[in-house]
Design a protein around this ligand. Structure first.
Ligand code: UD1
Length: 385
């Protein structure tokens, strides 16, 4: 890893898994405006490694190649987290960064935060304070623990501050800046790949080529896909929906392997369902933008659909992003088929929930973060000639 040589300050940004990439892209761009007074390097833990889950995001979003890849790969939670910790600690050997910056709630987030804080290196957490209050979700554990050991906490919505204050985090550490993932969405919307191209590349040029005439489905949470009965019920619900509206269903590797394991492939072999591999960022943006409705268990997609004004049905019984329900287009459905179909039918009849864009989801969250980091660590802003 490049060591801070010319600059007085050095921030190490961390990514590990797919939902981190669209968050780090605008942050690195905003921090790069502090050069030459700040060196910014990128560590990739290697939690996600397939081209479809990894490289294609770097290319599409113009993220600089990582300075170091820890190549941890998959494993149980303990193995994966421990591997990131051991390898990140070794990578920090001889370095004395001003701070490390982590995003989101994946295993790489808590692992690197824990290593850094024990070495006395300040931790900056972007997307702090979100809470589902569901400790069965591995991400909830990662969020709570990362926030407890972070020095600067950047929140996306007002609930973040309330949650952090209740957990004893000092108010002065908390900064409401908005949503960096929506920075990326706004910067890239005009480049979104049209659904017609995605369908035609998949060999189905006839499939749902117009706007608002298809649903998008994504699911990958262990609670939805690892259990045979739950996954079978969700897939049957998707099949029911497909009788009314064509369904485009990109499959996460975990979901694909569970469908194979439980023998559900035949259920999805249906002319009204288009199964796709994991989509790149610009492809997914195109699919969501023109969808009539999105059904998902992803956290990020709940926010992206709110920003796009597209109705979202969340296949979980809670959300850590309540603003998407209070102000946005999101409805929490859980896993019960009747509830999901009831909300879906409302969308079919009335167009679904409208919404407004939450405060600071304006494309400038990363600039606010860079300004606050510069002020916190005394990094002078370079003079613009
Ligand atoms: C992780 C995050 C989750 C995030 C999701 C997005 C944690 C605890 N979970 O879950 O919050 O929403 O990423 O994808 O960090 N696999 C591949 N190729 C890859 C990566 C994974 O095939 O490039 C397969 C492996 O079989 C692996 C499984 O997917 O065991 C799960 O990967 P893992 O990173 O452990 O968790 P995700 O379910 O992806």
């Amino acid at each position: 890893m490049q060591q801070s040589t010319s600059a007085t300050h050095h921030i190490i940004c961390i990514v590990g898994a797919r939902p981190n990439f669209m968050k780090i892209a605008p942050i690195m761009m905003a921090l790069s405006e502090l050069k030459p007074n700040l060196d910014v390097t990128l560590v990739h833990t290697g939690q996600h490694y397939d081209v479809a889950m990894n490289e294609q995001y770097f290319q599409a979003l113009g993220i600089p190649a990582p300075d170091i890849n820890l190549e941890v790969g998959s494993g149980s939670h303990a193995v994966q987290t421990a591997e990131v910790m051991c390898r990140f600690e070794a990578a920090l050997e001889g370095k004395n960064p001003t701070a490390i910056l982590v995003v989101g709630d994946v295993n790489s987030t808590i692992a690197c935060a824990l290593v850094a804080t024990k070495k006395g290196i300040p931790v900056i957490h972007v997307e702090a304070g979100l809470r589902s209050f569901d400790r069965a979700m591995p991400e909830e554990i990662n969020r709570v623990l990362t926030d407890q050991i972070s020095d600067m906490l950047f929140t996306t919505e007002p609930s973040g501050r309330d949650n952090l204050l209740r957990e004893g985090v000092a108010d002065k550490r908390i900064h409401f800046v908005g949503n960096v993932m929506i920075d990326t969405l706004r910067h890239n919307l005009a480049r979104a790949i049209p659904t017609s191209k995605i369908a035609s590349d998949a060999g189905r040029p006839d499939f749902a080529s117009g706007e608002k005439n298809y649903a998008v489905v994504t699911m990958h949470r262990p609670a939805n896909v690892d259990d045979e009965i739950t996954l079978g019920s969700l897939i049957n619900t998707v099949v029911t929906i497909s009788a009314q509206l064509p369904v485009i269903f990109p499959l996460h590797p975990r979901t694909k392997s569970m469908i194979e394991k439980f023998g559900f492939g035949k259920l999805l072999d249906n002319a009204n369902i288009l199964l796709l591999p994991p989509m790149g960022y610009l492809e997914m943006l195109g699919l969501m933008k023109d969808a009539k409705v999105v059904l998902t268990d992803s956290g990020g997609i709940q926010e992206e659909t709110t920003a796009l004004g597209v109705p979202c049905i969340t296949l979980r019984s809670n959300t850590e992003r309540p603003i998407t329900v209070d102000e946005g287009t999101n409805t929490i459905a859980g896993q019960d088929p009747e509830t999901i179909l009831g909300i879906f039918n409302d969308v079919m009849r009335g167009g679904g929930k409208g919404g407004r864009i939450p405060q600071y989801w304006d494309g400038r969250a990363s600039n606010r973060i860079a300004d606050l980091i510069a002020a916190e660590f005394g990094i002078a802003k370079p003079q613009v000639p």
